[in-house]
Design a protein around this ligand. Sequence first.
Ligand SMILES: C[S@@+](CC[C@H](N)C(=O)[O-])C[C@H]1O[C@@H](n2cnc3c(N)ncnc32)[C@H](O)[C@@H]1O
Length: 281
Amino acid sequence: MVRAEPTADRASQAPANAAAAAAPAPSAEPSPFAGQVRRNFARGAVRYGREARLQRAVAWRLARHCRDLAIPAGPCADLGAGTGLLAGSIERLRPELRLLRVDNCPALLAQGAPDTASLPWDLNGGLPPQLGGAALLGSSFALQWLEQPERQLEHWGGQLRPGGWLALAVPTAASFRQWRAAAAAAAVPFTGLELPEAMGLEGAVARHLEIRLCRRLRFSRPAPSALGFLGQIKAIGAQASHGPRLRPAELRRLEAAWPNATGNRLEWEVLLLLGRRPGAA
Ligand SMILES: C[S@@+](CC[C@H](N)C(=O)[O-])C[C@H]1O[C@@H](n2cnc3c(N)ncnc32)[C@H](O)[C@@H]1O
């Protein structure tokens, strides 16, 4: 794997073009939560490729929407790339493109395909300077981990060059209704990550981009047991949350409420969105 050098000094992230100057300055403070997210994903890194079936399917679907886009010359990246599922899918369908894999978890980047360029980078501080004037910014199942998803999304849109594209897939707040219902029935807190509202994300994209595709898709997978499901999330390192941890007695109550309240499947709502920066490419 070819690794691009991280730029430690976020204060030097001056906008690379006039258009970028319109984007708000993202927060530059590294947060304890970002560190927890990185450590969890690092622990699950070796298993991620095998276990992340939903992420693989969504990445492929998003990549298919990029197949016929007129993408101008310029930097292309997969933001929160992990092992590079989205970047790899786009490159298979568009062999002329090379995407920089940007992620805060070096252990996941290291699981990516050899001979691909990657950059360890905390996206809570905004985009790395080399992506100013980007031609394609893709991101799948990553934006929800950032401290301010809407603000970062608006910043991403503002960094695209005229004619440049944003290709986004992100799970939304309408996910996990069954899990919430089971938690309520068991009188325990919902301990999943709070996911962003689709409407707010769509609004953030529309501030800089023309929305060319906007779909809210529903995916579900079998989850016959609460402990089994929580174990699956943990296996890929996606268990970080701002909520409390359940005590053993609370876990037992959640497990007891699970089949009745949830049926046997859990659902995700995934926002799939393509936006283009207005102007001639
Ligand atoms: C569920 S994984 C998705 C990875 C990949 N996009 C995929 O579809 O398989 C979420 C990714 O977001 C990355 N991530 C989380 N917080 C981040 C941050 N602050 N900066 C950069 N990447 C971050 C994680 O390291 C992880 O690789």
